[in-house]
Design a binder for this molecule. Sequence first.
Ligand code: NAD
Ligand code: TYD
Length: 356
Amino acid sequence: MSVLVTGGAGFIGSNFVLDWLAASDELVINLDKLTYAGNTENLQSLQGDPRHVFVPGDFGDSALVANLLAKHQPRAVINFAAESHVDRSIHGPEDFIQTNIVGTFHLLEAVRAYWGGLQDSARQDFRLLHVSTDEVYGSLAKDDPAFTETHRYEPNSPYSASKAASDHLVRAYHHTYGLPVLTTNCSNNYGPYHFPEKLIPLMIVNALAGKPLPVYGDGQQIRDWLYVKDHCSAIRRVLEAGRVGEVYNIGGWNEKPNLEIVHTVCALLDELRARTDGKSYREQITYVTDRPGHDRRYAIDASKIERELGWKPAETFETGIRKTVLWYLDNQSWVANVQSGAYREWVEKNYAGRAA
Ligand code: NAD
Ligand code: TYD
């Protein structure tokens, strides 16, 4: 038996592959295009492991995907591949349309053809699990109830609009062709191997480098945060027992304003790797121009997955963020290796124009 994972060299995908193979011997075919966000170093511990087949390539390449499906006959496809960063989608939306919408469409077509040719029981057992985000639901006011699975779609950024479109395609392939799909919409993840363009790893990396900690706007935007390994366990559970055609929201019951997140990171670094001048890392916080169209609040109601599938996060924010900061302190060479010229160009592009 095997599963095909797309985007398994990215942040969540690589954590998923590592956790999968820590828990089972089932073969993982890992298809990843290795964009700036894909990093084979995340998978270094699997080098030479016959349970992991890494294939560099595009999930939108139907011929390649058809070949992989025919060759390995996976019982499931888990789709992580995407462009995932809101700020990048603002600077350059086209990649998001191509990858998240057109790429997902091509994947669906290849999977539909494969699934259509399976024999009875394999056909019945097959699943396509599409990994999506809470951002498709738009922005909540302070006292609004958290997003449930039936919340209307109201995406506000090119990123969330492209993910919303991919969710709709996945839904349509179930409704029209009967493709056995599952969709998960998860809140903000954090943890090991998180590329330092997103809030938490950027703050850790900048703090340690003595650089400014750029807080957008007033820093009171709220996100729900989930430790990445809890997201991975939720996906495994949905794959195992989720009802075909259903959507499951995944979250950590853990809403926090950005500024509180930055303060927590500073406090942990003050404790674990104090600045040589004895001052707090908080001194490095700089308020910068807000993100255009910045969603004010996301909150996930994760009661369906808890009620139906018995899933709950294992980490609290306090335990998860401590593990995360420790991981970055222990993996400085990983951090150095991802800060390539292209990374520095991105930082320049995103932050140079934001007046302090
Ligand atoms: P990421 O940007 O770290 O990784 C994406 C991976 O996809 C990279 O390895 C990249 O090389 C690969 N990829 C991109 N285009 C590809 C293509 N055409 N073919 C094959 N591979 C391709 O993203 P992430 O944070 O790991 O997110 C993974 C998925 O989870 C995405 O679909 C994202 O929308 C969703 N998600 C992310 C979060 C979060 O907080 N990061 C939360 C909820 C949902
Ligand atoms: P991010 O990690 O990019 O995730 P998302 O936009 O998908 O939620 O950003 C999380 C929050 O942190 C978001 O409200 C934007 C904010 N933010 C900053 O304040 N400063 C930064 O440098 C970054 C990257 C994000």
